[in-house]
Design a protein around this ligand. Structure first.
Ligand SMILES: [Zn+2]
Length: 195
């Protein structure tokens, strides 16, 4: 059941500190429609009215209930074959994004194998601008997750679970990058794979 999928992933996003009480959003595409979590809802405590059904290409009466990031979700569905999108605010990824140039390179073997590099996009006019939406969606044609500097990430996949896996892996990699910085160790761009 669709709501159960949203509830499971919403609880996991909160439990793993990838969102705060009222931040983040998730959506699933079904044909020309999308189901997206309601503006201002709590992802760790979702109920039926928290899922908003609206169009991918055009607004309807339900659209004002959607979060402002709906423009990004819609652009991702228009430009990529993705069927699920998660927007989260992982704290270590946000910190690293503010220090990063154009991309974040996971330094740990597991993170690097899933996400060789993550583009960092600098938003100029907030999450609802068409320019940001198109830039995020274009980057997700060739990457599984994209970071908007100082704000949060957008992960896309065929299932919410797949987008969740990318989100948590990215945050884990950024936590390791923060630890390396605190130890004064310069991250190597080529992680050492081994036993
Ligand atoms: Zn956000």
């Amino acid at each position: 059941m669709l709501l159960t999928q949203f509830q499971t992933v919403g609880r996991d996003l909160f439990a793993r500190e990838l969102i705060s009480s009222h931040s983040g959003n998730m959506s699933v595409r079904m044909g020309a429609k999308l189901f997206i979590t309601r503006r201002g809802c709590m992802l760790n405590n979702l109920c039926d009215p928290d899922l908003v059904e609206t169009g991918i290409g055009k607004n309807d009466r339900a659209t004002p209930l959607a979060p402002e990031e709906i423009a990004v979700h819609r652009a991702i569905y228009r430009l990529t074959p993705s069927l699920a999108v998660i927007h989260a605010h992982p704290p270590h990824a946000i910190a690293i994004s503010l220090a990063a140039e154009r991309k974040i390179v996971p330094n740990d073997a597991e993170g690097h194998s899933l996400l060789p590099d993550v583009p960092v996009i600098r938003a100029k006019g907030g999450a609802k601008t068409a320019g940001l939406a198109d830039e995020v969606a274009a980057a997700l044609k060739t990457h599984r997750i994209v970071m908007v500097s100082g704000h949060g990430c957008f992960a896309a996949g065929q299932l919410l679970e797949e987008a969740f896996q990318c989100t948590i892996s990215f945050e884990e990699s950024c936590r390791i990058l923060c630890l390396l910085k605190s130890l004064g160790v310069k991250p190597s761009l080529r992680p050492q794979f081994g036993a």
